[in-house]
Ligand binder design. Sequence first.
Ligand code: KIV
Ligand code: ZN
Length: 514
Amino acid sequence: MTDRLYIFDTTLRDGEQSPGCSMNIEEKMRVAHSLATLGVDIIEAGFPIASPGDFEAVHRIASEVKGPRIAGLARAAQKDIERAGEAVRPAGDRARIHTFIATSPIHMEAKLRMSPDQVVERAVEAVKLARSLAPEVEFSAEDAGRSEMDFLCRIVEATIAAGARIINIPDTVGYMTPDEFGARISELITRVPNSDQAIFSVHCHNDLGLAVANSLVAVENGARQVECTINGLGERAGNASLEEIVMIMKTRADRYDIETNIDTTRIVPTSKLVSQITGMPIQPNKAIVGANAFAHESGIHQDGVLKHKKTYEIMTPESVGWNTNRMVLGKHSGRAALKSRYETLGVELDDDKLVTVFERFKILADKKKDIFDEDLMTILSGDSEVEMERVKLVSLHAASGTNDTPVAAVEIEIEGVRHKATAEGDGPVDAAFKAIKSLVEPNGKLLLYAVNAITAGTDAQGEVTVRLQDGDRIVNGQGSDTDIVVASARALIAALNKLPNMHAKEVHAQYSGV
Ligand code: KIV
Ligand code: ZN
C-alpha cells in the first residue's frame, strides 16, 4: 500500500529568518493561502512570542486559512508556549504547538547552561503544557544531528510519553552526512520503546548542500514528516527545498512509493510568489523552479527532445506548473474572469477588494496587451502596499540620453503632504533614487537592486526589488511598471514605507497639493 509523507512548510517561520526575507502581514497571508492551495499538510506560520507582528500573523493565518494544520513555534518555556497556544487556537482541531529545546552537548552547555537532566525535565513540562493548550504537539530536539544518541533516545521517549505526537529531528547546523542521518532516524525508531505513538519528522539545513539528500534518507529510514521551505529559503544556507523533495517522491515513485498531498502544478506559481514577496531571486539553474530548469540549450539535447521529450526530460514542465499559467487576460476581460483567475491562483477576493484590484487591472491592461499570472500577483501586491503607504509616488519624470546627464524630477506625498525634488545621477534610476532619498529620512542604505522582466516582450512589466538597511533593520520593496524607472521608484518607496521611523526631511519646502 502506498505510504503518506506529510509536508510541513516552514517558509513563513524558518524561511522568514533568511536575512532580508521578512514579510509584512498581508504578504504572509498571501503566502499562507498559496501554501494551502499547493496542498501542504502543515503551515508553520511563525514564532508568536517573537513580536506582536509575528503573533498577529499566526493568529490571522489560524483564523483565515483553511485546510492545512497551523503550527506556532515556541521555545520550551511557559510564556512562549502560552503565546503560541493563543495564536494557533482559531485553527481549532488543526492547531499545533511546536516546542523545542537544544539537546547537543555544545548547545546545552554553552547556550542553555543546563544539565541534560534539566533539559529533559524542561522538555517534558513544555510538552505537557502545550498539550493542555492545543490538540497536537510537536517536539523538536534542536541540533539533534550533533546530540548524543543515548540522550536523544531518552528525551524522545520522555516527550512522547508526555504527549508529543510528532517528534522532529533537526540537523540544525547542516552537519550530517546522509548515511549518518539515515542511521540516526532508523536507530531512534528502533530503540525508543514508544516510537510507534509518534510520527518522526526531519528538519534539515543546507550548510553543506545536503538538506534534501538528508531528508530523503530519513524518509527511507521511516520519517513520515519532512520540514521544508519554498525555494529552500531558511536560516543561513536555507532548509530542504519543498519542490525538490516533492518532485523526487513523484518522479521516483518507483523507489519511494510514498504519496504527498501536493498539487505539483502549483509549485512554480507558489515559488514565484515567494520569490517576489521576499525579494529573494531564484537562481536560473535551481532544480524544478529555476528559469532554466527545463531549457534545453545544446543542439544534441534539443534534437533529442524534439524527437522524444523523454530523452532529456524526466518530468514535464507542466507537471510543476510551468506553462500552465499562460491563460492570458486582457483589457476586454471582465470582473468574473479576473476573480476566477485569482481563485485558481489561490487568492480569494471579496467584493471590495475585487473592485480595487479590477481598477488596477484595467489600468495595466491599457498599457500592455496580455496580462499574465505574474502580472496579477504584482497587481495584488501593489494593492496591499497601497493600504500601508505613508509615502506615495505622485509623479516622476526622468530624462537620459547618450550625451545628456541623466536627471529625474519626482513628486511624492508623505503623510498627505506633497514634496518635490530634482537630482542628477549615473543613469535615470540613480537620479530618481537620489531625488526620492533627498526628501525622506531615514532613507536606508541600498543593499540590493534587482530587475526582473516578469513577462516576455518589450512591453513586459518590469519588476524591481530594492533592499534597504537602516541600522539592524533590513526591508524589501517591490515595484512594477512597464516603465522600469517608475518600477524602480515604486520599489524604493515600498521599501521606505517599511522603515517604521521614516518621515519627511524638514529642510524641504512643503505644499499641499491637489
Ligand atoms: O533548525 C532548527 O533546529 C529549527 C528548530 C526550531 C526546529 O529551526
Ligand atoms: Zn531550522
